[in-house]
Design a binder for this molecule. Sequence first.
Ligand SMILES: Nc1nc2c(ncn2[C@@H]2O[C@H](COP(=O)(O)OP(=O)(O)O)[C@@H](O)[C@H]2O)c(=O)[nH]1
Ligand SMILES: [Mg+2]
Length: 247
Amino acid sequence: MVTRDIYLSVVVPAYNEADRIESTLRRLAEYLSQQPYTYEIIVAIDGAKDATASIAQKLTSDIQYMRVIDRKENKGKGYTVREGMLAAEGKIRLFTDADNSTDIKYFEDMRPLFDKGYEVVISSRNPADAPGASQEIPQALFKRLLGMAGNIFIQVVAVRGIWDTQNGFKAFRNFAAEKIFSQTKIYRWGFDIEALALARALKYKIAIIPIHWYNDARSHVKFSAYFQVLWETVKVRWYIAGGAYKL
Ligand SMILES: Nc1nc2c(ncn2[C@@H]2O[C@H](COP(=O)(O)OP(=O)(O)O)[C@@H](O)[C@H]2O)c(=O)[nH]1
Ligand SMILES: [Mg+2]
């Protein structure tokens, strides 16, 4: 079998996304098929109880270079992204949400940063990270709280200097993706913080691009997730201090 040299892998974690997954995958395919580079799309199903898996599976006959990892048990976004990032074969590996909140066109702004030698390029909705960043519709109050008080806490405890650690559109060089995601231990919402803290500890250079974000109000994230993320942030600090990762 001739293996294809893949430049970009796009990993889409999906849990009960039957309403939104088809348009997101079609948009990815429409955009990527017009680019000058090779790509693959990996849909990582997180034990969805609705028709997400069958919808994605069916679309593989329409959409080229797409495959589905159909795990039946729900384990969390962190676990799911990890699975996708490790199954991916691209030189650059991007994860993006199934609701298409951050459009794939923003990858074009990430590309030159990888060429400049950054190993990790993330996106931010906060102008404190990157001038020009913005949000279309304000998020729910608890999320704005997480954005402010929570973020200061996250910065003090785990990742200094990044105001938006949570946006679901982050890309990694293949070796960085492997080094980071082969060791992540946080399987739910705090995984972004763990991935960034690990990137820092591994001395990877992190760039941040500004995005304009369209909030899809239909969210899976419950209020309890706010506290869970803060607790997981403490765990990340604890793991790093205790030498739990190979650096
Ligand atoms: N809720 C939830 N979402 C998950 C899970 N695993 C993966 N995801 C995916 O994580 C992404 C973010 O979810 P979303 O509801 O858009 O979160 P929000 O935009 O931060 O409110 C989507 O692609 C979900 O399908 C899980 O266990 N629960
Ligand atoms: Mg969302």
